[in-house]
Design a protein around this ligand. Structure first.
Ligand SMILES: [Fe+2]
Length: 274
């Protein structure tokens, strides 16, 4: 089982470049050099984002009252978000013209649910042998809205945003799995299984096989596929995980949080436009 790269906080590190290279990074923030109240600082300064634009799709702005400005931080907890159900593979926003980097700060009991990451850039290179012509021929039928558990959790993972590759909008339900990274200009793969209803025009079946591998992943590293492409973040409170949603998809197995406790994280998503 692989673990995402762990680093210590150092204000001189160019985190943005490192995240673009690695896909996902974990800052083992112990002893606590970055306080939770400085989570916005993590997002604004560590990532050195130009033209930051945060779309707060949950309107959980409480955490931002004293900070103001963009991006915003939302608190993920029992009160606000999924506390026991399984969260399937996804990227934070599915259709976007921008690159999105997530910064997630572990507040309390984060070890109750570890996060798995799959490196889709590596899949493109090794699993699909960079066969762009083949991948261009594949189409996916997708959900344009996601409702998980309760209508209050309906947030659609950003289907309001136009896509940079084939100019789709939220109204299009047949899309390509290929996108172009707005910073590196390289191809990347959209593999957020949460949205895929049906795979079309897959003449070799390889893409469908890949989606099957992902969908059948149960959290154990018992296949060549999981060993090669998936890593598991074992959370500690105060850890900060940062990842490029173009290169990595993530999921979390089903967890059970006792009524008397909570598992809380702070999330900040940063958009980088062209
Ligand atoms: Fe997520």
């Amino acid at each position: 089982m692989k673990h995402p790269k762990i680093i210590e906080y150092d204000e001189n590190i160019n985190f943005k470049q490192m995240v673009l290279d690695e896909g996902v990074l974990v800052i083992r923030n112990y002893p606590k050099k970055i306080e939770e109240k400085n989570c916005l600082f993590v997002s604004r300064n560590l990532l050195k984002g130009e033209g930051l634009n945060m779309y707060d799709n949950t309107k959980t702005l409480k955490w931002n009252e004293n900070n103001g400005g963009l991006p915003v931080v939302r608190k993920i907890s029992k009160t606000y978000f999924l506390h026991e159900m399984k969260v399937p593979w996804h990227s934070e926003v599915s259709v976007s013209s921008d690159v999105l980097i997530s910064a997630l700060y572990g507040l309390t009991n984060v070890n109750m649910g570890n996060t798995f990451f799959c490196n889709t850039t590596k899949l493109l290179k090794n699993y699909f042998n960079n066969d762009i012509d083949y991948l261009k021929s594949v189409k996916m039928k997708v959900n344009n809205k996601v409702i998980l558990g309760s209508p209050s959790l309906e947030f659609g993972w950003g289907w309001h945003l136009p896509c940079n590759f084939n100019k789709i909008s939220k109204l299009d339900s047949i899309i390509s799995p290929l996108l172009i990274h707005s910073i590196t200009k390289e191809y990347y793969l959209r593999l957020d299984c949460l949205h895929i209803i049906e795979i079309l025009e897959d003449n070799t079946g390889l893409f469908s096989k890949c989606v099957d591998e992902l969908q059948s992943f149960s959290g154990s590293f018992n296949s060549n596929f999981s060993n090669e492409y998936i890593s598991q973040l074992k959370w500690n409170d105060t850890d900060i995980a940062i990842w490029d949603n173009s290169k990595m998809i993530h999921c979390r197995p089903k967890i059970n949080i006792p009524d008397e406790s909570d598992r809380e994280l702070l999330q900040c998503i940063i958009f980088y436009s062209d």
